[in-house]
Design a protein around this ligand. Sequence first.
Ligand code: ZN
Length: 98
Amino acid sequence: MASIRSVRNTTGEEVVCIACGDTISRSDAREYDKYGDRWDREGKTFEYLCKPCHRDCCHQPRTGLEETLINAGAGETEQPTFLRQYRRLAADSQQTES
Ligand SMILES: [Zn+2]
């Protein structure tokens, strides 16, 4: 019989943590939905966090952050463009808050 060990011991799907860039198996990842409603799945692609990042990153106050990310085109524009837009939006919101 052929060895079944040639099949990797995961479900095969791997994802990349958006916070630290580690590759983790899909079953170990936490779904991250930038729109904040992970149950409304239609037409969405989810991003993923590994467990340590999910624990570290997702429970801080982040008023306005999601809105800023979406306005900056997170996940929809090239990363340099997104970063430039994000920096501009973040600077704007700091100016209007103070
Ligand atoms: Zn991570």
